[in-house]
Design a protein around this ligand. Structure first.
Ligand SMILES: Nc1ncnc2c1ncn2[C@@H]1O[C@H](COP(=O)(O)OP(=O)(O)OP(=O)(O)O)[C@@H](O)[C@H]1O
Length: 87
């Protein structure tokens, strides 16, 4: 069970590969998910990651162990990389 508040105008992330094809994510990051055995995003990741990548804030809650950490850390990693390259 999870709850997601906000404007739901972002297409859900159905597969991790979309991070590369649509959001410019380095392919090694997506490869790492596969190597960890992550076959598809969990519901909180499906909804949360596109919103955070768009730059919007979001408030989401879900059961422990539902994948919230990856939901907020993966957009952070993708954005941090952009910051490092701008120096
Ligand atoms: N898409 C995924 N597919 C399979 N496993 C995943 C996926 N995302 C995360 N996991 C794994 O599921 C487990 C639980 O994830 P995680 O600890 O991030 O959940 P959480 O919602 O942040 O939990 P908590 O509320 O305790 O902080 C971890 O072992 C994590 O590696």
């Amino acid at each position: 069970m999870f709850m997601f508040l906000g404007i739901m105008s972002h297409p859900h992330l159905k597969i991790f590969q979309t991070l590369s094809s649509r959001h410019g994510c380095e392919s090694y990051l997506v490869r790492n998910f596969a190597e960890l055995g992550f076959k598809e995003p969990t519901p909180i990741q499906r909804q949360g990651i596109p919103v955070l990548l768009s730059g919007r804030e979001c408030f989401a809650c879900a059961l422990t162990g539902s994948g919230k950490t990856l939901a907020f850390v993966s957009p952070m990693l993708m954005k941090l990389k952009g910051i490092f390259f701008s120096f």
